[in-house]
Write a protein that binds this ligand. Structure first.
Ligand code: KIV
Ligand code: ZN
Length: 519
């Protein structure tokens, strides 16, 4: 099956839906997770970590839905090392064709003493019992010693030998805080694998965070020096703080430098750019233009000398082909005259599957509205129609809005919203039309949230492009992202603000597995 290993195969374990989701404001709905999971499957990711089932009922349902749907990737769920969490994981995952329980407990002196308030012996026992419990239900069990890289080597050898004896099939040693450097992380694995007598019974895995910008380099050093054959990564390097190892960089490094790595992956690289866009649209985490592989400039040869070289022979300056990672030359895919069938077909090609005819009708109506405003509809526009989706029970809905601005005058905005079904109107002035619109919305919602990020991006090229707006709000330690799109950037901004408010007022809280000290 998908996660089987051989010495020249590198297993790609994607944790966008779990570790990626732990980025501030990146939490996703079940439907959003399902859309990403479908594309990850299409890209042939070996293992999809779909979530942390014990963190909330919502995440339990999302993991269960993904497990019951995805057939060509192993579905993993993260569980703290206790029977309750693991049972919750088993219940969510057991419908999958291939599934994995991923259990973890912190092993560094600092984490054991300050976070868990447990002795090393207690942690040792807890780890063994948890792997035993998981193995009774599932043949595929991964164990991670959290903050493993900063843990005492003797203790780590003792605990990892014990969990392998209990049947752990993958051992993942995370650099939880992004402290490692490539040579030392590679050596670390080499020492572990040499010192642990039963190390050959498990597949070894790297999991890096990018706090010092070395997550990809560290993971690759673990592969080349440490004999690691699974890398845990996320799309666009999404993740807490500076993020995780970036999937696209690992995959393209291994492919492009096959002469050096001598490893195969199953990944269909042509899906990299579509999935990068989807994750960015859903989470509101914009990809920096100079990001390797998926940044807008990654294949743009701006300098005259480079352009000349690339025209004469592309490999003068290009080591990868843009089309191999899914950059299409901005193809027009649909327009005003396209019918339902063409629309449905394009959705299928983009990996967007709808649950009902009603959903298809609703999205087709939205597509027609957009085609009235914009002559050429690109894949990015179609994906955006789905990124900007709404739940039936949302507290706020934008009904209408208007604004006026004139040079030298103070811009004015008025908005009509429904708040829990009741229609409300408000007007406000601001330093610009966006500011006035947000003030009008806020005078209804009175959220008192702090606006910590406002960003606008063009979805495609040209002045008729949709603007994609991200709004990040913070209140009482909670951070949420809202995304909105429209050919009118003020409308897109209002939609993004309303979407962020809906998330802020949504009561369902998720537990963060790593900051929760109780096991
Ligand atoms: O960074 C980390 O330690 C983790 C583990 C839970 C695998 O994400
Ligand atoms: Zn992590």
């Amino acid at each position: 099956m998908a996660a089987a290993s051989s010495p020249d195969r590198l297993i790609i374990f994607d944790t966008t839906l779990r570790d990626g989701e732990q980025s501030p404001g990146a939490s996703m709905t079940k439907e959003e997770k399902m859309r990403i999971a479908r594309l990850l499957e299409k890209m042939k990711v070996d293992v999809i970590e779909a979530g942390f089932p014990a963190s909330s009922n919502g995440d339990f349902e999302a993991v269960k839905a993904i497990a019951n749907t995805i057939k060509d990737s192993t579905i993993a769920g993260l569980c703290r090392a206790n029977d309750r969490d693991i049972q919750r994981g088993i219940d969510a995952l057991k419908g999958a064709k291939s599934w994995r329980v991923h259990t973890f407990i912190a092993t560094s002196a600092l984490h054991m003493e300050k976070k868990l308030r447990m002795t090393p012996d207690q942690v040792f026992e807890q780890a063994k019992l948890s792997v035993r419990y998981a193995r009774n239900a599932c043949p595929d069990v991964e164990f991670s010693p959290e903050d493993g890289y900063r843990s005492d080597m003797d203790f780590l050898c003792r605990i990892l030998e014990a969990v392998i004896k209990e049947g752990a099939t993958t051992i993942n040693v995370p650099d939880t805080v992004g402290y490692a450097v490539p040579e030392l992380y590679g050596e670390f694995f080499k020492t572990l694998r040499t010192r642990i007598p039963n190390s050959d019974k498990a597949i070894w895995s790297a999991h890096c965070h990018n706090d010092l910008g070395m997550a990809v380099a560290n993971s690759l050093a673990a592969v080349t020096m440490g004999g690691v054959r699974q890398v845990e990564c996320t799309i666009n390097g999404l993740g807490e703080r500076a993020g995780n190892t970036s999937l696209e960089e690992i995959v393209m490094a291994v492919k492009t430098r096959k002469d050096f790595f001598k490893l195969e992956t199953r990944i269909d690289a042509s899906q990299i750019v579509p999935i990068s866009r989807l994750v960015s649209q859903i989470t509101g985490f914009v990809v920096q233009p100079n990001k390797a592989v998926v940044g807008a400039n990654a294949f743009a040869h701006a300098s005259g000398i480079h352009q000349d070289g690339v025209l004469k022979a592309r490999d003068t300056y290009e080591i990868m082909r843009a089309e191999d990672v899914g950059w299409s030359a901005n193809k027009i895919v649909l327009g005003k005259l396209s019918g339902r069938n063409a629309f449905r077909q394009r959705l299928e090609q983009l990996g967007i599957s709808l649950d009902s005819e009603t959903q298809l009708n609703e999205s087709f109506a939205k597509f027609k509205d957009l085609a009235d405003k914009k002559a050429d509809i690109f894949d990015e526009d179609i994906q955006m129609l789905f990124a900007d989706q709404h739940e039936a029970d949302e507290r706020y809905k934008l009904i209408s809005m208007k604004q006026s601005s004139e040079m030298g005058e103070s811009p004015q905005a008025s908005v009509t919203l429904t708040e829990a079904g009741a229609e409300k109107h408000a007007a406000a002035q601001g330093s610009g039309p966006v500011d006035a619109t947000f003030k009008a919305i806020e005078s209804i919602a009175k959220s008192e949230a702090e606006l910590v990020l406002y960003s606008v991006n063009a979805v495609t090229q040209g002045t008729d492009s949709q603007g994609e707006v991200t709004v990040r709000l913070a209140r009482a330690g909670r951070i949420v992202n809202g995304v909105g799109a429209d050919t009118d950037v003020i409308v897109a901004s209002a939609r993004a603000y309303v979407s962020a408010l809906n998330k802020l007022f949504d009561k369902s809280e998720r537990l963060n597995p790593q900051t929760s000290g109780t096991i």
